[in-house]
Design a protein around this ligand. Structure first.
Ligand code: HEC
Ligand code: HEC
Ligand code: HEC
Ligand code: HEC
Length: 407
């Protein structure tokens, strides 16, 4: 009976829970890279090209799923990690929830995002693109003005990162589109790595020989979320069914197109630019412009929001909570005592990311308790951790009191 009650409750609140709080956005994936050093993970794990160390190379493990699944992998391997740490006399690192968020963002992002961000475009390919897409018809790359070309010289980009060059293109897009139209040239479109090559070419053409190129800044998904509102993207685009206009694509359901390198996504936005600018005119809003690192921020937001393609399912979480043995030690109704803390009222487990951080931090103490009770270390398949956490989160959202309502 209690279980049924919980399932009903799950269905009622899931729609709300599945909204944005359940998808913690990292503040800054680069902060995660620093923590990876500071917390000593780097002593046992490689992430890049280097050979593996004591633990597996975390950059080579291909992950699909959510951020919480990465934390789930950490949890699954915690007993073995603790053993290795004990051998090396390392204390298991404690993580605040923000640290956990940044760390797993870094690990999640590594393959899909940071490697791509770091992978520079091919400038030789870019030179071909520059000619083939008619850029050379209107732009020179000389420093002195070329009066035969109607566009400005594109010589000034040595100090900008590729994504900032793409941003300059975007900002001048509406004016350029008029010129394309006037001269009967089609709006150039980019596929795959064409944009990356083009940007690398513009950057190289501008830089003095031997200068170190400016790399793409990964952008902050959290700032991107705010900008998505501020810049008016949210006026037209829904994120997973929330907000937006019915005839405009929902940008929360575009994993195929948006979980890609930042320059590819910039190309994708550019390809849809003319239609967007028309729509902005139609709705009498000014064409969206970006400054500083704003385009990178928005793109990283779109990346992460699409990365979590499957939000947790609290109804499945209830079953898992029992099956994995959590229910043996944790009560989830207020006022009930259990061996481990009552998760409906325990302090410091108020959000999904806090729950996972708490699990990691308490893993060492839970281990002997489980051994004593004969509960094997619970392991999670992809998706399962998200479901369990969604369930715990839900229990906290609306404390379940068996005495009210139903009975
Ligand atoms: C003392 C060495 C050591 C340290 C320090 C360490 N780990 Fe591990 N880690 C391991 C070992 C060994 C494994 C594989 C365990 C197993 O096979 O069960 C592992 C496994 C993992 C996995 C699962 C990989 C997979 O196959 O999915 C993740 C994720 C992980 N570690 C993250 C971290 C993070 C993040 C830190 C820093 C907070 C860290 N580790 C610190 C040794 C370590
Ligand atoms: C039909 C002529 C034309 C073509 C073709 C053209 N542009 Fe432009 N471009 C312009 C004009 C005109 C401007 C200035 C627009 C303005 O005043 O806002 C401009 C502006 C720019 C800017 C911003 C310059 C600044 O001041 O920061 C960039 C970057 C740029 N173009 C890149 C390109 C690239 C890359 C291509 C090829 C894909 C291209 N353009 C093709 C006419 C063109
Ligand atoms: C005035 C309405 C409007 C605004 C504001 C707007 N867009 Fe769009 N956007 C559109 C329309 C309409 C399309 C579809 C264009 C097409 O069919 O080529 C589109 C397409 C896109 C696409 C391609 C989606 C796909 O799956 O085809 C991306 C990415 C995108 N917009 C990002 C943004 C971002 C980021 C912002 C804010 C900086 C923004 N848009 C602001 C109307 C808008
Ligand atoms: C054998 C008993 C046992 C099992 C099984 C168990 N736990 Fe625990 N759990 C504990 C104990 C004991 C603590 C407190 C550890 C401490 O004080 O550091 C704890 C702490 C926690 C905390 C931190 C609570 C806080 O107050 O910060 C969370 C979250 C948690 N467990 C979740 C889970 C989940 C999810 C499962 C199932 C996958 C699970 N536990 C399985 C005994 C258990």
């Amino acid at each position: 009976m209690k279980l049924r009650w919980l399932i009903v409750l799950a269905l009622v609140v899931s729609a709300r829970v599945l909204a944005e709080e359940s998808t913690p956005l990292p503040e800054d994936p680069m902060a995660g890279a620093r923590l990876f050093q500071q917390k000593g993970c780097v002593r046992c794990h490689a992430v890049g090209e280097e050979e593996s160390k004591l633990g597996p190379n975390l950059g080579r493990i291909h992950r699909r799923g959510s951020l919480l699944d990465v934390a789930g992998a950490m949890w699954n391997h915690a007993p073995m990690m603790h053993e290795r740490m004990a051998e090396l006399h390392i204390k298991p690192p404690q993580l605040t929830s923000q640290e956990m968020a940044n760390l797993i963002a870094f690990l999640t992002a590594y393959q899909y995002y940071l490697t791509q961000v770091g992978k520079p475009g091919d400038p030789d390919k870019g030179r071909e693109v520059f000619a083939a897409k008619n850029c050379a018809k209107c732009h020179s790359l000389q420093s002195e003005a070329d009066f035969e070309k109607i566009g400005p010289s594109l010589r000034g980009y040595a100090k900008l990162s590729p994504i900032q060059i793409a941003q300059a293109m975007w900002n001048h897009g509406p004016a350029m589109a008029e010129e394309f139209h006037r001269l009967g040239l089609g709006q150039p479109k980019f596929t795959n790595d064409e944009m990356a090559g083009l940007l690398a070419y513009l950057q190289r053409a501008a830089a003095p020989a031997g200068a170190e190129p400016v790399y793409v800044q990964p952008g902050s998904p959290n700032r991107g979320r705010i900008l998505f509102e501020q810049k008016g993207c949210a006026l037209c685009h829904a994120i997973r069914g929330v907000g937006g206009l019915p005839d405009v694509p929902d940008l929360g359901k575009r994993r195929e197109e948006l979980v890609r390198s930042v320059t590819e996504v910039a190309g994708f936005m550019w390809n849809h630019g003319v239609a967007m600018w028309d729509k902005m005119r139609e709705r009498q809003v000014p064409a969206v412009k970006f400054e500083k690192n704003e385009m990178a921020d928005i793109i990283s937001y779109l990346y992460f929001i699409n990365y979590f393609d499957k939000p947790g399912d609290p109804a499945r979480g209830i079953t898992l909570f029992a099956r994995k043995g959590c229910a043996q030690c944790h009560a989830v109704t207020p006022g009930t005592k259990s061996l481990g803390p009552n998760l409906s009222t325990a302090a410091g487990v108020g959000s999904p990311i806090e729950i996972i951080a708490a699990m990691w931090n308490h893993a060492q103490a839970m281990e002997p308790a489980m051994r004593a009770k004969g509960v094997p270390w619970p392991k999670f398949e992809p998706g399962e951790m998200t479901d369990v956490i969604e369930f715990i989160y839900m229990v906290r959202e609306r404390p379940v009191t068996t005495g009210t309502g139903k009975k």
